[in-house]
Design a protein around this ligand. Structure first.
Ligand SMILES: [Zn+2]
Length: 68
């Protein structure tokens, strides 16, 4: 995932641009190769949580090894 270009940084996951995120007071975190916004960080924390892995979709994803 390469997204380090000279234009406005954006979240590599939801693809929202920094200026759009700023309007909603969402912080963009710099990673090694891409940025990630607070919203997506929360999403990933939720995906890693037991609540998600126990949910219907979570079980399906685990079964297919979509995220491991
Ligand atoms: Zn995002």
């Amino acid at each position: 995932m390469k997204s380090m270009r000279n234009d406005e940084p954006y979240c590599g996951f939801c693809l929202k641009q920094n200026k759009v995120l700023k309007k909603d007071n969402i912080i963009l975190h710099a990673g090694l190769e891409a940025f990630i916004c607070d919203d997506c960080v929360e999403t990933f924390i939720f995906i890693k949580s037991k609540n998600f892995t126990r949910s219907k979709i979570g079980k399906k994803l685990l079964k297919h090894n979509v995220y491991s």
